[in-house]
Design a protein around this ligand. Structure first.
Ligand code: ARG
Length: 598
């Protein structure tokens, strides 16, 4: 529907220019979707703000615009006669045959009317890559629910951007460097020296406990602390044995993270913090050369503009510690510089997106500001932090296990699948159905993981989100099972409808309000995708899919499909097909595969 909206907007603007030559340019038709279905498809509110400057009643202005609109043959082809409402809104209703033509076009279009950037403004020309920095757990620490949110949201955004035709770099900025490796390596060398020559001698279950042990020793034992510090220096100096131990720890973590990514069907390229090591000093040097670096109490800082601390003094971003070491911010500055730099020295990105918890908002604001002032963000490029809220338990407190420990992702995903399986078995028993184990396993896995993803994506990411297995697995409401069930329902109709489902498009005929309501909902897809692409809010897509399923269910409950006569039967089956196509596409962009039966 976006293309139609753009067309309509141009027609309106031209009509306004003809009707109101005395009005100041540029004229804005203020085209918006109709506030209620009975008002048609769109409304143009542009007459109202012109009343004052033109000294005319707004309805009179609207009338003049309408006269010009009706004189435009291309408008008359698109819309029925406009209606002026209220103080001077122009209500616009698309011609039914136009809507029909749109449905027919989508039935033969695998992209369902969503354009690809590749074909938009610059055909054949490669658009600049978009970097999506997401997931990004820390080595030797457990991936926690915050990383799960980042993983699910980041993957969805990457899928939407990819579908729109952008080259996307899905980067896993893992925390694989830093002083914590001093104590980890020291501990490893002491308690598991054999790990240094045997592969697979430690596994991450151990590695998290291992991290805790190393930390405890570091905090208590002065000698251990001193050795750890020396170990950091050795590692930074490239000592082979230290590097080997470091590589081993990374490899173990990586394998553990990968099982989660595999389970969730997430693709990521690892480019951890260590990747930027060789450039950290150059970053600081560049900042100095740009006149931004101030040495304050021995530390290299950039003072932030417009950010003041409690004492009213400007806040610094520290980029080099007193001991000469670098920190999280230095690495992020190096990363941003690299990502925007032209290839081969960088990624040549046009947009860089960071998906992390909202707690890192001020870190990213500071890094973005410094990078901008250093001239590392090219004109026209954008850099965005995509923050999200905390994951809370049912009780509104931080998510914990019953015994009070942090929840391990593996356990959480397993539990979702187990609960989905229990629900399924109960439902099968109630319905007197018997299914084999392969079916049960496939449905339970799909539903369980879909429920976790959808629950996360369907809430506005900025707010904290309450994790509840019961809610996310419910068959009713805005949940994955509800949407998956809608797809299954339509698959059932299609099976009964036979080949007819595919064979229409020429002779579509619609008459029922439920049909028009469904058509109008179906045609919103491109607008929703465009919105997710700019605003990076997956919940918009979820709300749309939920609304679409509800409109579909109303249609299917109130209008006969399989029992209807031709051409209604084929036309309605075509709507079923387009609905299922839209749901599958949308769920696919959320990272959720669909089922034919459940
Ligand atoms: N490793 C960080 C954490 O666990 C997230 C990194 C996000 N990405 C970045 N470029 N800083 O909190």
């Amino acid at each position: 529907m976006l293309r139609i909206a753009h067309l309509l907007e141009a027609q309106l603007r031209a009509a306004m220019e003809r009707a109101l030559p005395e009005a100041a340019q540029p004229l804005d038709p203020q085209l918006a979707p109709a506030s209620k279905p009975e008002f048609g498809d769109f409304q143009a509110n542009g007459a109202l703000p012109l009343a004052k400057p033109l000294g005319q009643p707004p309805r009179q202005i609207a009338q003049a615009i309408v006269v010009q609109l009706k004189a435009d043959p291309s408008f008359a082809e698109l819309c029925l006669d406009p209606v002026i409402a209220g103080p001077g809104f122009i209500n616009l209703t698309l011609r039914p045959e136009r809507l029909c033509a749109e449905v027919a076009a989508r039935l033969g279009d695998p992209r369902l009317g969503v354009p690809s950037v590749a074909s938009e403004d610059a055909p054949g020309q490669r658009t600049a890559p978009v970097v999506v920095d997401f997931s990004s757990p820390n080595i030797a620490k457990e991936m926690h629910v915050g990383h799960l949110r980042s993983t699910i949201i980041g993957d969805c955004l990457a899928r939407v951007l990819e579908f729109r035709g952008h080259p996307v770099l899905r980067l896993n900025h893992v925390g694989d460097w830093g002083t914590q490796f001093g104590m980890l390596i020291t501990h490893l060398k002491q308690v598991a020296p054999e790990a240094l020559d045997t592969a697979d001698a430690v596994d991450l279950g151990d590695l998290v406990a291992f991290y805790r042990q190393a930390k405890a020793r570091f905090d208590e034992d002065d000698a251990f602390q001193a050795t750890s510090r020396e170990e950091v220096v050795k590692l930074q100096g490239g000592d082979p044995l230290s590097l080997k131990a470091w590589g081993l720890l990374c490899e173990q973590s990586r394998r553990e993270f990968q099982t989660i990514y595999d389970q969730l069907d997430i693709t990521l390229s690892e480019r951890g913090e260590s990747f930027y090591n060789p450039t950290l000093q150059a970053v600081v040097d560049d900042l100095r050369a740009a006149g931004l670096l101030v040495v304050d109490d021995g530390a290299g800082c950039v003072f932030l503009e417009g950010v003041r601390g409690k004492d009213g003094q400007p806040l610094p971003l520290i980029v080099q510690k007193r001991d000469g070491g670098f920190n999280y911010a230095t690495t992020d500055l190096a990363a941003i510089r690299y990502r925007f730099a032209a290839p081969p020295a960088g990624d040549g990105a046009g947009r860089v997106i960071y998906v992390t918890d909202a707690g890192q908002a001020s870190h990213f604001a500071a890094v973005f500001q410094v990078a901008r002032r250093a001239g590392w963000i090219p004109d026209g490029a954008s850099v965005e932090h995509v923050p999200f809220g905390l994951v809370q338990g049912d009780d509104g407190k931080k998510l914990k296990t019953r015994s009070g420990d942090t929840v391990r992702l593996r356990d959480l995903l397993d539990e979702a699948v187990q609960r989905a399986e229990a629900d399924l078995r109960r439902r099968l028993a109630e319905e007197g159905r018997s299914e084999d184990d392969a079916f049960i396993e496939q449905v339970a896995t799909t539903v369980g993981l879909a429920a976790v993803k959808y629950a996360d994506l369907s809430t506005n990411r900025i707010t904290n989100y309450q994790f509840s297995f019961d809610r996310m697995l419910a068959l009713t409401g805005n949940t994955a099972p509800y949407l998956l069930y809608a797809v299954v329902r339509i698959a059932g109709i299609a099976r009964k409808g036979g080949d007819q489902v595919g064979a229409t498009s020429g002779a579509l005929q619609f008459g029922e309000p439920q049909e028009w309501a469904l058509i109008r909902e179906l045609l919103k897809l491109d607008g929703v995708i465009a919105e997710v692409e700019t605003e990076l809010l997956p919940n918009r897509l979820c709300s749309y899919l939920f609304e679409l399923s509800q409109v579909f269910n109303r249609f299917y409950d109130q209008v006969p499909v399989l029992k209807a006569d031709e051409p209604a039967r084929s036309s309605r089956l075509a709507l079923c097909r387009l609905t299922t196509g839209t749901l599958k596409l949308g769920l696919g962009l959320l990272g959720i595969p669909t089922l034919d039966r459940m």
